[in-house]
Design a protein around this ligand. Structure first.
Ligand code: ATP
Ligand code: MG
Length: 311
């Protein structure tokens, strides 16, 4: 640990007079790169900073709808605290051995054990980020329980026990909160063992507000006039209200996520010089509508027309 910085200077939360400071680590090879205009919400950041300090639990679970900003939130917090992240994209076939690492054969024919994400994060005091953790088989998830409880890990290939560095933390993301998927949108999401779930604190991540997304669009696509970016953000917000992922009696299986919105804006700018095309509609088609059934395409275009008609 090398320094302390104010919450305001790190996250843009509160004001410059806020005296609260936060420990900052020496960045390493796996410390994420900072996105300077990343937007933090105070109520979400608070429990995440407690997790970073090991207060309450050393294991954090971020559930939330697709592309709301779960993975990037962990990465952007770590970009500012200097910690390293070791990310594993989870799926059903991952086993404990995949977290630990593997034996490789060197040029001279000898073998070498290459550490996987778990021992690296444990040794270096980094974060094991289990992305899409609800896709893990419950059996594999349960194999990680001793680690969630602060235990050491054994590497059979080397006969080595690795103890957790005091700064080691576990973060998990998922479109579901690990209790199965009721919406039918998130194929493969497993219902996890309750004993696994109780070891985490849960911080729900939802989409940004219209004003926040307009600000984001200003950074991503500064060429876009503000009335257009506001209409785009409002359309995304309206679509999310009728998204099945938000409420089971919702009407649309299509959503305009933050990722889609940023793509829509960038494509609109890219198409703006092209003749014979409506750049906004072309961008919307490419980012979202070309994968949607026709009745949802019509509904979303209708929302856009209503919003732009109101302006
Ligand atoms: N608060 C934010 N500030 C700036 N950019 C954001 C914010 N939230 C999300 N984004 C951007 O939106 C995109 C999607 O974010 P991210 O990949 O973190 O979502 P996710 O919830 O992990 O998605 P998935 O469900 O697909 O795993 C990224 O380009 C990210 O930079
Ligand atoms: Mg993600």
């Amino acid at each position: 640990m090398t320094a302390k910085k104010s919450l305001f200077s790190m996250f843009g939360i509160g004001d410059a007079k806020d005296g609260r400071v936060f420990p900052v680590h020496q960045p390493g090879r796996n410390t994420p790169r900072e996105i300077p205009w990343y937007r933090f919400k105070a109520e979400i950041l608070r429990p995440i900073l407690l997790w970073d300090q090991g207060i309450g639990s050393k294991n954090l679970y971020l559930p939330g709808p697709t592309a709301a900003g779960k993975t990037s939130l962990v990465e952007q917090v770590l970009a500012r605290t200097g910690k390293q992240v070791f990310k594993v994209g989870c799926h059903k076939r991952i086993e404990m051995a995949d977290f630990l690492g593997r034996l490789t054969i060197k040029k001279d024919g000898s073998t070498e054990f290459v550490y996987g994400a778990l021992p690296l994060a444990m040794k270096l005091g980094g974060v094991l980020l289990m992305d899409e953790s609800d896709q893990l088989s419950p059996t594999t998830a349960m194999g990680l329980v001793p680690i969630l409880d602060g235990g050491s890990v054994y590497i059979p290939e080397t006969g080595e026990w690795i103890d957790p560095h005091p700064d080691f933390r576990v973060a998990a993301t998922g479109n579901t909160a690990g209790r199965g998927d009721e919406s039918g949108l998130y194929r493969g999401a497993e219902r996890q063992n309750v004993a696994w779930l109780t070891r985490f604190i849960f911080v729900k991540v939802d989409y940004l507000s219209v004003d926040e997304e307009v600000e984001l669009l200003h950074h991503i696509a500064p060429e876009l006039p503000e009335d257009i970016s506001r209409a785009m953000a409002k359309t995304a917000s309206e679509v999310r209200k009728v998204f099945v992922g938000a409420s089971l009696d919702g009407e649309l299986e299509t959503v305009i996520s933050t990722r889609d919105l940023l793509q829509w804006a960038q494509l609109t700018v890219a198409y703006s010089g092209v003749s014979d095309c409506d750049p906004i509609m072309e961008g919307l088609n490419l980012a979202v509508l070309n994968s949607s059934p026709q009745h949802e395409v019509d509904a979303i275009r209708g929302i856009w027309q209503r919003i732009t008609g109101e302006e």
